[in-house]
Design a protein around this ligand. Structure first.
Ligand SMILES: *Cc1c(COP(=O)(O)O)cnc(C)c1O
Length: 351
């Protein structure tokens, strides 16, 4: 608290990201980064951009990237928004589309940044409990609201909602913006972008951080009706004209152009996830069915906090949320087969 602060800053409860430890030799399975590097063509494109042109501002609307994404998904560039990571895109969404003086609906177990944005923009968050099996119940998302948001697959459960469930929510809420946060959709789900043309209230966000291995580059996007995108552009252009730098724009374009590498690495993560889930089950864990690059798993007898500490002592870092209903679960990012083996060996030493 300081007398220099704008008063609202006193009440902010900021998001706490998973730690980025400086120690070497750690097996880092705590922040859902991709264990494989980005496409070599991304690295090449960024290298080729490293020249005197860095003295110039980047294209304020990142048109080259918007065109690339538009043709990738079969939409128009006017239906595409890009930002400095999908976290920034989400912040603009809460700011531009969710401030209606009514609560925004979201699952009780979900991405913990959503309530933080609510706090920042003075929006009431109304959480709706997941079902007993940790799935989202589409029928619960109805009634007066200022907007709806959920990840699909959900985080940190990893569970996927079929498109029929999303359509049910869209149809029950024609007067609200429904945001589907598809941070993990490429690991086995089907994107809702195909529904954008039929539902002017649908906004889909994605990130290059997970499936395209570019968490360090900071690129996220949203696809939706041009009216929704225009609201985001108005807020963005009242905040920062150049959220994507020249390196991020060419790197992101190259990532979408190297489809073969993308498919190969996503498939490797999917295969590795299935093997990891099986290895955990063999060791007495209940593993929620995951369509993401992480699994949420609970051991039948051992305390999650102790397991996380025991893994850490063996240099394996996983995420443990001390939150109601999931405090006995560990969220484990899918690593390479070698990293997963190291995790399972470290668990064997504890169990
Ligand atoms: C990782 C993640 C994001 C943010 O991704 P960035 O593009 O790196 O900001 C958004 N939503 C969910 C559910 C995530 O897990």
């Amino acid at each position: 608290m300081s007398r220099f602060w704008s008063p609202f800053v006193n009440d902010l409860v900021p998001y706490v990201p998973g730690e980025q430890p400086k120690l070497d030799n750690l097996i880092k399975l705590n922040t859902n980064e991709n264990p494989y590097g980005p496409s070599p063509r991304v690295v090449e494109a960024i290298r080729a951009q490293l020249d005197d042109s860095l003295r110039l501002y980047p294209a304020p609307n990142a048109d080259q990237l918007k065109d690339t994404i538009a043709s990738y998904y079969g939409v128009t560039a006017a239906e595409v928004f890009v930002g400095n990571g999908s976290d920034e895109v989400l912040a603009h969404i809460f700011h531009a589309l969710f401030q209606h003086g009514k609560p925004v609906l979201m699952p009780d177990i979900s991405y913990s940044f959503y309530p933080v944005y609510c706090g920042l923009y003075g929006i009431e968050a109304q959480t709706l409990p997941l079902a007993e099996d940790f799935s989202i119940r589409p029928a619960d998302y109805r009634g007066e609201n200022g907007g709806i948001i959920f990840p699909n697959p959900n985080a940190p459960t990893g569970m996927l909602m079929p498109l029929a469930g999303i359509e049910q929510i869209l149809q029950a809420n024609p007067d609200s913006v429904v945001v589907v946060d598809e941070a993990y959709i490429d690991f086995g789900g089907e994107t809702a972008i195909a529904l954008v043309n039929r539902y002017p209230n649908l906004l889909v966000t994605q990130t290059l951080s997970k499936s395209r291995s570019l968490a360090g580059l900071r690129v996220g996007l949203a696809v939706g009706h041009a009216d929704l995108i225009e609201a985001l552009e108005r807020v963005k252009n009242s905040f920062n004209s150049y959220p994507l730098d020249r390196l991020a724009i060419v790197g992101a374009v190259a990532a979408f152009e190297d489809q073969a590498y993308f498919q190969q690495t996503c498939q490797a993560v999917i295969n590795s996830r299935d093997a990891l889930s099986q290895g955990l089950q063999e060791r007495g864990f209940q593993v929620l069915p995951s369509a993401a690059n992480f699994v949420l798993a609970r051991h039948g007898e051992r305390d999650a906090d102790e397991l996380a500490a025991g893994l850490r002592a063996q240099k394996v870092i996983v995420r443990h949320f001390r939150a109601p209903r999931i405090e006995q679960f560990l969220r484990i990012t899918v690593g390479t087969p070698e990293q997963n083996q190291a995790l399972l060996r470290a668990l064997d030493a504890l169990l």
